[in-house]
Design a protein around this ligand. Structure first.
Ligand code: GUN
Ligand code: ZN
Length: 424
């Protein structure tokens, strides 16, 4: 066992922040070879329960759960900041050409390596990730995640129509490849497979049906897609699936709404859609930097809460503009202030933080596994140093309570404050 003494942030099961200004986190190796949280809380009380355990004292630092990115595209690492007049031209002009290159396993491995280094530098310890339509891109992703011992989910993109040569897959083979990859990677140590239809406009009904069948057969895999991001996209989905009540119900009709089904964006939903998401236990991956960059619209936090729709935060790189959870939380705050029906929402700093840790874990079906530093959970955590940035250092010293400290980090922090990332 070992102990880490610093300021300590955890969350309870209700999403309330637990904060110790002088805290102690004790971790220990489980029989499965994974480091877990053995105990945590105020230094004096916890230390007294574990005499003889070596303690690293990290004065002035904040220990917090590793961040969880609910939706990101590792093959889009190099197209961050590619401007376009909205989602569909962005996909056609930048995204699809960039993803076509991932048929080359060597190239995929190189980008996967850069991607995981970026996640780590930014304090992200778990992510649900798109690969590309090429099975080799999935192998590259999981191979690198496994080497680094991370809890990561990903999968091969399914897209058998409305996609260019070199990226479009073939319906039957795409489903065979998906099942092969599930058997190869799902449940291997901390890796998990996500059945990944890109979005309804690029999948035939036969491909979505097959994806739904795999989602039923492999019930603890993830399902990962996009829905209701952009008005042109919503119109296009309605043209292609005229029988569906809404864009979301295209997925419902093929058995793709269930627990561990994660849909990026969920902006242009109606009340019936939100109720259906809640009923099925499916989750929204809120991607505010992407939504602001592409001009897609604003996630409705109030309506999501009212419908009790599971949701958490995501970068959506490369539509998103940063791997940094601090940038994503700040963008979510802006969306709360300006993107809701009036009056604007002021999402509390600790709530923004919860949405990028414990709430994201819950939405992914990983409650109690990661995201809160609860006793028994996996010891994935970050050590943050506010003194790494001069202006933040001044501001953090003036913080009179936890909310002020967290807000200072959200507004002024970036990868420079991520001093250590410790994974189980
Ligand atoms: N919808 C379908 N594909 C994509 C993608 O790669 N990024 C985003 N943001 N939306 C999508
Ligand atoms: Zn996306």
């Amino acid at each position: 066992m070992q102990g880490w003494r610093a300021q300590l942030l955890r969350f309870d099961a209700q999403g309330q922040a637990l904060f110790d200004s002088d805290g102690l986190l004790v971790t220990g190796l489980g029989t499965d070879g994974v480091q877990r949280v053995v105990d945590a809380g105020p230094y004096r009380a916890v230390a007294a329960r574990h005499p003889g355990v070596p303690v690293t004292h990290l004065a002035g630092r904040l220990i917090a759960p590793g961040f969880i990115d609910m939706h990101v595209h590792y093959p889009q690492t190099d197209i961050i900041g590619s401007p376009a007049d909205g989602l569909l031209p962005w996909l056609e002009n930048y995204t699809f050409p960039a993803e076509t290159r991932f048929s080359d396993p060597g190239y995929a491995a190189e980008v996967a390596n850069v991607f995981f280094s970026e996640l780590q530098r930014n304090g992200v310890t778990t992510a649900l990730t798109f690969a590309t339509a090429h099975p080799a891109s999935v192998d590259a992703f999981f191979h690198e995640a496994h080497k680094r011992g991370l809890r990561m989910m990903g999968g091969k993109v399914l897209q058998d129509r409305n996609s260019p040569d070199g990226l479009r897959d073939e319906t039957e083979q795409s489903l065979i490849d998906t099942e092969t990859l599930i058997q190869r990677w799902h449940g291997k140590d901390r890796l998990g497979y996500a059945i990944t239809p890109r979005f309804a406009p690029t999948s035939s009904a036969a491909q979505l049906r097959g994806a739904g069948e795999l989602a039923a057969k492999y019930a603890d895999t993830w399902v990962h897609s996009h829905v209701a991001e952009n008005r042109d996209e919503v119109r296009w989905a309605a043209e292609l699936y005229p029988g569906a009540r809404s864009y979301l119900t295209v997925y419902e009709d093929f058995g793709l709404l269930r627990g561990r089904a994660v849909y990026a964006h969920c902006i242009h939903l109606d009340e019936a859609d939100r109720a259906l998401m809640h009923e099925r236990g499916a989750a929204a991956a809120v991607s505010p930097t992407s939504n602001l960059f592409l001009g897609s619209g604003f996630f409705n936090f109030r309506a999501a809460d009212a419908a009790r729709m599971l949701h958490g935060l995501a970068s959506d790189v490369g539509g998103g503009t940063s791997f940094s959870p601090f940038r994503t939380m700040l963008a979510a705050y802006f969306v709360g202030r300006e993107g809701q029906s009036k009056p604007g929402l002021s999402l509390a700093p600790s709530h923004l933080w919860w949405l990028h840790t414990g709430a994201a874990a819950r939405a992914l079906g990983l409650e109690g596994v990661v995201g809160t530093l609860a006793t028994g959970s996996e010891a994935d955590f970050v050590v943050l140093n506010p003194d790494a940035i001069p202006l933040l250092s001044r501001k953090a010293k003036r913080a009179e309570n936890l909310e002020e400290l967290l807000f200072a980090l959200i507004v002024l922090g970036d990868d420079r404050v991520v001093e250590q990332v410790i994974t189980a």
